[in-house]
Design a protein around this ligand. Structure first.
Ligand SMILES: [Zn+2]
Length: 401
């Protein structure tokens, strides 16, 4: 390509990126205290604007904001009021990681003074900027290392930032997945699990070819068995996974859980963003099982796990659609586990019925759609009925839905 042509092609691109991100959050480690993070947003070009509270998770905490004007004057800012500043600054105070490891479920801003890694969640930490007419201002968030990330809209999953962790980059179909870990053993023994995870992600990206995201990150943090819980979470750009470890040692079970959670959360990123909660969780869990069971780290099937679970779970007879109403409308989260276990068993049963007629769920899953009550639309269930027959579909609906 000649220089002139390249220049003309470049100009519109540059302008687009300039206009779509009016502001940038510059994140740095405080020069005197490594547990303090300084956030600075240059707001010179904005004129009058407002700062809106950050999204919140487990507390209502909001950072205290400082407005700096060109003469160096510093004033505190009230959320939601019009201001004009050269920059807006605030500080985040990070917790030191616990001896048992980082608890992903809590998603608190955390750092490891020993290993030098940092984790920041958008929750309670990244307030949002609006014009004085209350319109959202697009923003980039730039950690001290690595790429800048777009601040997601407030209907998308939250932004997570990590830096200071070692990583491996995977290329799967046209997707790029960066895998970070605080556990040196998991990175040095990648031949034990990387082929499995790659195979799973390749399968999932073929099932969900229209994924809105082509690159994402997986960050794994060790969590001692003694702590009693491991979790996973999907953010807008990053999946978080706890590695179940004994001391710091990893086992076959560590790897099995890790790749299962990775597949569950990757399914959310690739294909469940428009589904209601019951379907999103049951599909993600079904594909977590289904993708791992095609690899050497094979586990039980959803139906096997459901048979055991239903003997001890007090709400086992409740159908998935009723559980969906109870959870989403009445906040009765005790029904939530049904989405995972009963839900994954439902989709396995549907897939087996389809397979017995020479079809499968993979070829239909992207046609799934829902009515205003979060029930499957007849346009989708009708496709299943056409293949497996009305009687079989009624049986499965009665058993699970
Ligand atoms: Zn999930």
């Amino acid at each position: 390509m000649d220089a002139l042509l390249r220049l003309t092609l470049l100009i519109p691109l540059t302008l687009t990126s300039f206009f779509s991100y009016a502001i940038q959050y510059d994140i740095s480690i405080n020069s005197t205290k490594s547990s303090i993070i300084d956030v600075k947003v240059n707001t010179q070009s904005l004129g009058a604007f407002q700062v809106q509270p950050s999204r919140t998770a487990q507390s209502d905490f909001q950072p205290q904001l400082t407005c700096v004007t060109s003469n160096g004057k510093e004033d505190s800012i009230q959320y939601g009021e019009d201001v004009t500043c050269d920059s807006v600054n605030w500080q985040l105070s990070l917790a030191e990681v616990d001896k048992t490891g980082f608890d992903i479920a809590a998603q608190n801003d955390t750092f490891s003074p020993e290993d030098g890694w940092y984790f920041i969640s958008e929750f309670n930490s990244l307030p949002r900027f609006h014009t004085s007419k209350s319109q959202n201002i697009e923003a980039l968030v730039c950690p001290p290392e690595g790429h800048c990330e777009t601040l997601p809209s407030n209907t998308q999953p939250p932004l997570f930032l990590v830096w200071g962790l070692n990583s491996i980059t995977l290329t799967i179909n046209e997707n790029t997945v960066k895998f970070f870990s605080d556990n040196p053993e998991i990175l040095s023994s990648s031949e034990q699990w990387l082929p499995v995870l790659s195979q799973q992600l390749k399968y999932l990206s073929n099932v969900f070819p229209n994924a809105p995201t082509k690159s994402w990150n997986i960050a794994t943090f060790s969590r001692d068995r003694k702590a009693g819980s491991v979790s996973g979470a999907a953010g807008s750009n990053m999946i978080l996974i706890n590695l179940l470890v004994d001391g710091n040692t990893i086992s076959e079970r560590t790897l099995q859980l890790m790749v299962k959670i990775a597949a569950h959360e990757s399914t959310h990123i690739l294909g469940t963003q428009d589904m209601p909660m019951w379907a999103a969780e049951s599909i993600a869990e079904y594909y977590a099982y289904h993708s791992i069971n095609q690899t050497r780290l094979k586990t039980k099937t959803p139906i096997q796990d459901w048979r055991k679970f239903k003997k001890v779970f007090p709400y086992a007879t409740t159908g998935l659609l009723e559980a969906s109403t109870r959870v989403t409308k009445d906040g009765q989260y005790q029904y939530y586990p049904l989405f995972y276990v009963k839900g994954a068993a439902f989709w396995q049963s549907v897939n087996e019925a389809l397979q017995s007629k020479g079809s499968n769920l993979d070829s239909l899953v992207n046609d799934m759609s829902f009515d205003k009550n979060d029930h499957l639309r007849p346009s989708f269930s009708g496709k299943i009925v056409d293949i497996i027959g009305k009687e079989k579909w009624t049986d499965l609906s009665d058993l699970f839905l």
